[in-house]
Design a protein around this ligand. Sequence first.
Ligand SMILES: Cc1ncc(COP(=O)(O)O)c(C=O)c1O
Length: 363
Amino acid sequence: MRSFERKNIKAMEGYTPGEQPEAQSVIKLNTNENPYPASQSVADVLKSLDIASLRRYPSPTARKFREVAAELHRVEPENIIATNGGDELLRLLLTTFVEVGESIGVADPSYSLYPVLAAIHDCSVKRVPLTSGWELPDDFAEKMNAFGVKLTFIVNPHAPSGKLIQAEELAGIAQNFDGILVIDEAYVDFVDPEKNYNAIELIKRFDNVIILRTLSKGYSLAGLRFGYGIASTNLIEPMQGKTKDSYNMDAISQQLGIASLRDQTAAKLTWKAVRDERSRMVLEFNRLGLTSLPSQANFLLVEIPDGVAGGAEALYQIFKNEKILVRFFNEQRLKNRLRITVGTPEENGALLRVLKIAMNIQV
Ligand SMILES: Cc1ncc(COP(=O)(O)O)c(C=O)c1O
């Protein structure tokens, strides 16, 4: 058969998503989903859906959702765009603001979808390595300027380390960087409130900052595919009015998205439960002699020395044989680590039991 792919598409590798087994019995600690279900108010809206309402097209701009999100974040609805998962926002950012042939910047390592989106758009990726302490180098913005990148991504809290960068450091980068700074806050809901982290204000100070949010993690709706962007109108309007699909958010998603953002109380309970378990797991790992980077996300990047259960990849396989999925990345800085999503106390307990057996510790 002939190939009709564009040259860059033919040359590229697709994104490899984490394993998504169909069996419910598998303990899934590999794709950073929230271990608790979405709130009862979301379930109620879903149950009361009127099939006849689906006859009509939905709001093309997710108008009501934008109002609700704007109120929550103390911005205007014009500062919000709703997208089919955060991933759609990332794609829109490239197709709207980056010329084919230009380059984008990433802190390395980070979310492995960024280079894939760049390859689809036929633009190159400039990588600035994180320091040995998994931090951004002080001259991050200057380095990106020297590369001439049009747009750069920073995940905060960082994935896969979980490290949090304070908003003022981000402000410094926004100030010094000549292109668009995407602050990917996919995991921000799990940040300890005591950190007083809030980067939303940056969109009022800088016209080159856009913040990504998603309902996939904090609001337990990864299956729904709902994300949004927060930025000044020079960034929102071109995507909202020109480059997104005309009806990118279906009617059901819009209703569930609204219900989920409105029920902050229920979502916050899950964030607290995840934070509590995160702290407990850090202690449990430490007790076993294992260390993880300080995480403000719903996962821990745990170092697995080669002497422990044969190393990270072998341990990943041991967990898998016991129907527990975690994430192993076969990459330079990550191959001696496992990224483990924080689950329910029962799920985490099961993981610890298997770990202790693998380490020959009596359980
Ligand atoms: C760093 C980061 N950004 C964005 C996303 C996008 O999430 P979604 O498309 O489910 O909203 C993810 C999902 O895993 C992620 O890890």
